[in-house]
Ligand binder design. Structure first.
Ligand code: PCA
Length: 327
């Protein structure tokens, strides 16, 4: 017992020596789970954000980024933040469309197909998004789009009929629905696990950015990438409201300034990564190019069905977002 007490005292002493005194009383160590590989631009941007926060708060908030789904898998990150298992994290909110259709605003096919349009759509959706997140004990810090989404296959595809029966890797509700409407078989697989899924034939196709195909070296299993520019989904960095309430106003302002920088830098990285990664897929041996007119035509019809379904599910909120986007 005596031994334990002196050990505890020694530990307490060390802690008081090591941890400098902050206005908040102590340094906050924040673990930040992210779902995508460390080399992905979202993850690299997250590390820069963490560095910025450490510096901007004089070390009061010390964020450690855990990329690649190493701390929590993508699908579990939102709940982990909401319940305070971690104070902060990054998640693709369109993966939670079953909680609220508004979360899928960025995965409506052919609604916003360029960086400019998707930026406008995000601004249109942001107030509602923040309101919904606030009810879930979450504050949005920054959001960054993925490059435009195109179709990956292990063979040439010129029509929806060519897709019949293909095992299609999905990452959210919209991608699973797209598979159903094209006669493919959806299987949900996180980005961190797709290389293996393609190598073992668990999946043979997906819709994603050139960035994710490049990060996961999918040319080892797949042969074709068709540029379709179906949508640009967003990753969102969110903080738990209780953790946020513990942050001083001064440090909140510092964190928000870093978040604004990360949003701008992430957007630029996403733009720059678009052509770079398509070139990388080509260099890996894939056939990369625009989808043929016939296929695009058919996909647009499916897009119209999915748009109608989303508007139905998202009700007045969805209509308000689309109206704000179109004005
Ligand atoms: N990459 C992520 C989401 C969208 C994207 O481009 C993925 O495929 O999981």
């Amino acid at each position: 017992m005596k031994k334990l007490t002196s050990l505890m005292m020694a530990t307490a002493l060390t802690a008081s020596v090591v941890a400098p005194a902050f206005a908040d009383g102590h340094a906050q160590k924040w673990d930040m789970p992210m779902a995508y590989s460390a080399s992905n631009f979202h993850s690299e941007n997250g590390v820069k954000f963490a560095d910025c926060v450490r510096e901007g708060t004089g070390g009061a908030i010390d964020i450690t980024v855990h990329p690649g789904g190493s701390l929590f898998k993508g699908a579990d990150i939102k709940r982990a933040i909401q319940t305070g298992q971690v104070p902060i994290g990054e998640r693709l909110l369109s993966g939670h469309q079953n909680e609220n259709a508004v979360f899928g605003f960025d995965s409506v096919p052919f609604l916003a197909t360029s960086f400019d349009a998707s930026g406008k759509l995000f601004e249109a959706a942001k107030p509602k998004l923040e309101e919904i997140l606030a009810d879930q004990n979450l504050t949005l810090l920054y959001s960054v789009p993925w490059p435009p989404q195109g179709l990956y296959f292990n063979k040439e595809v010129n029509s929806v009929a060519d897709m019949e029966g293909i095992k299609f890797r999905s990452y959210n509700n919209a991608t699973a629905r797209l598979a159903e409407l094209t006669g493919m078989l959806p299987v949900t697989i996180e980005a961190a696990e797709i290389s293996q899924a393609f190598a073992t034939g668990v999946a043979e196709s997906m819709i994603s950015s050139g960035a994710t195909g490049y990060d996961r070296k999918v040319w080892e299993s797949l042969s074709h990438f068709y540029e379709v520019d179906a949508w640009l989904p967003y990753n969102h960095v969110m903080v738990n409201n209780d953790a946020w309430a513990d942050v001083s106003d001064e440090n909140k302002a510092a964190v928000q300034a870093c978040a604004d920088t990360a949003a701008a830098a992430g957007l630029e990285a996403s733009k720059a990564y678009t052509q770079f990664t398509l070139d990388g897929l080509k260099a890996g041996g894939m056939t990369v190019g625009r989808a043929g007119d016939g296929l695009v035509e058919e996909l647009k019809e499916i897009g119209a069905t999915m748009t109608a379904e989303w508007l139905q599910a998202a009700g007045d909120d969805g209509a308000a977002i689309v109206d704000a986007f179109n004005n």
